[in-house]
Design a protein around this ligand. Structure first.
Ligand code: PMP
Length: 361
C-alpha cells in the first residue's frame, strides 16, 4: 500500500495500524454485524469503546483524578468561546498570552462574552518567539489566563508551560496534545481538537479540573456547560462515535508504541533531523521560529525567494509530498511532523531538502 508523505498541519496522517484496524472492523465490529458508526451510542458495545478511550487517555497522559476528561464537539474553535461562557465573570477579565493566530482567535471569540486583556505577546517578532511571562506577578483580577501550548502556524511551542500564578489557567493544546507529558499542576482546563495527534476530526478532548468546573456560570444552556457534559460522561447527547472510536484506536497504538516516553523521543528525533537540515544549509533554508522557541510538531522555514519556495513546493508535490506549504497567512514552508508521521518519511524529506539545495544553491 502506498502512503503519501503526509506533512499536513491538520487533519494530518493517522497511524497506519489504526486505519488497518478500522478497516478490518468496519463492517462487523466484534461480531455485531454493524460498523461502530452504526451502533447506538447507548449500546454496551459502543460504551466499551467510549470508556476505554477515556481510561487510556487518562493513563497515557497521567491525568490526575481531580480532572474530568470530556469528549465534546465544535472543535477547538468552540472552546475559545465555551471557556469564556463558562468562566469569564462580569466584573473580571480574561488574560491572554498571544503567541500566534490561534491565540488571537481565542481572544476574539472570548470577547463576545466579556473583557479581555493581553498579558504578553510575541506579535512584534511575527510570533517567532515565546514571550516571557510571570503569571505570579499578574495583579489584575482575572477570571482565567489563556495560553496556546503549540503554535501550529508559526511553528513555536512552550518548552514548559509557565508556572501558575493566582488565576486559573486554560490551555489550547490542539497541536501538541499526546506528544509529551503535561504538568497538570500548571493547568486547570486543557482542550484539543482530535485531528492532529488524537485521530480524525470530530471530537474535542477537554481535560478539566473538577474544582474549577464548580466555579462555572450555572445559568448556561446545558449543552454548553462543562458540568452537564461531565455529569453524563460525555453522553449528554449523541457523541461523535466514529471519531471517538478512532481516538480509542490511537490510544491503543500509543500504548503499543511504548507510551508517551517513546512518542516524545521520536518527536525529538524527527524535529532535530529537520532543524539540523535547516541549520546546516548555509542559509539556503531559514527557520521562522527562534531556536529556543522551536516546535517539535510544526517546522516552519523559508527559502531565499518566493520563486524558489514555489519551485520547492512544486517539486515536493510532484514527488508525493503533501502539505508542505506554509499557512496561507504567513507563506513559506511548513512540515508538520505529528505522532503518526514515520521517521522514514522525515528522513525522505531531509534527503529531498538536501538534494534540492544542492541543485539550486
Ligand atoms: N488551536 C490550534 C492551536 C490549532 O492548531 C487549531 C487548528 N489548526 C485550532 C485551534 C482550531 O481548531 P478547530 O479547527 O478544530 O476548531
Amino acid at each position: 500500500m502506498t502512503r503519501a508523505y503526509n506533512f499536513n498541519a491538520g487533519p494530518g496522517p493517522i497511524p497506519t495500524p489504526v486505519l488497518e484496524k478500522a478497516k478490518q472492523e468496519m463492517f462487523n465490529f466484534e461480531q455485531s454485524g454493524a460498523a461502530v458508526m452504526e451502533l447506538s451510542h447507548r449500546s454496551s458495545l459502543y460504551e466499551k469503546i467510549h470508556f476505554q478511550a477515556l481510561k487510556q487517555l487518562r493513563d497515557i497522559l497521567s491525568v490526575p483524578e481531580e480532572f474530568d476528561i470530556l469528549f465534546l464537539q465544535g472543535g477547538a474553535t468552540l472552546q475559545f468561546s465555551m471557556t469564556a461562557q463558562n468562566f469569564l465573570e462580569e466584573d473580571k477579565k480574561a488574560g491572554f498570552v498571544l503567541t500566534g493566530s490561534w491565540s488571537e482567535k481565542a481572544k476574539k471569540e472570548a470577547e463576545a462574552f466579556g473583557e479581555t486583556v493581553v498579558l504578553a505577546s510575541s506579535k512584534d517578532s511575527n510570533y517567532a518567539a515565546i514571550p516571557e511571562v510571570d503569571l505570579a506577578s499578574v495583579e489584575e483580577s482575572l477570571s482565567y489566563v489563556h495560553l496556546t501550548s503549540n503554535n501550529t502556524i508559526f511553528g513555536t511551542q512552550w518548552k514548559e508551560l509557565p508556572a501558575k500564578g493566582n488565576h486559573p489557567v486554560i490551555v489550547d493544546m490542539s497541536s501538541d496534545i499526546l506528544s509529551k507529558q503535561i504538568n497538570w499542576k500548571n493547568v486547570d482546563l486543557a482542550y484539543a481538537g482530535s485531528q492532529k495527534n488524537a485521530g480524525m476530526a470530530g471530537v474535542t478532548l477537554v481535560f478539566i479540573r473538577k474544582s474549577f468546573m464548580e466555579q462555572a456560570n450555572t445559568s448556561l444552556p446545558p449543552s454548553i456547560s462543562y458540568a452537564q457534559h461531565a455529569s453524563k460522561d460525555s453522553l449528554y447527547h449523541t457523541p461523535p462515535t466514529g471519531a471517538i472510536y478512532i481516538t480509542k484506536l490511537v490510544t491503543d497504538w500509543i500504548l503499543d508504541m511504548g507510551g508517551l516516553a517513546e512518542i516524545e523521543k521520536r518527536a525529538e528525533a524527527k524535529a532535530k533531523m529537520l532543524y539540523d537540515t535547516i541549520d546546516q544549509s548555509e542559509g539556503f533554508y531559514t527557520g521562522h521560529a527562534e531556536p529556543e522557541a522551536r516546535s517539535l510538531m510544526n517546522v516552519t522555514f523559508r527559502l531565499r525567494s518566493e520563486k524558489l519556495e514555489e519551485q520547492f513546493l512544486q517539486e515536493a508535490a510532484n514527488a508525493g509530498y503533501m502539505g508542505l506549504n506554509g499557512h496561507r497567512s504567513v507563506g513559506g514552508c511548513r512540515a508538520s511532523i505529528y505522532n503518526a508521521v514515520p521517521l522514514e518519511h522525515v528522513e525522505a524529506l531531509r534527503d529531498m531538502m538536501i538534494a534540492f539545495k544542492n541543485k539550486h544553491k
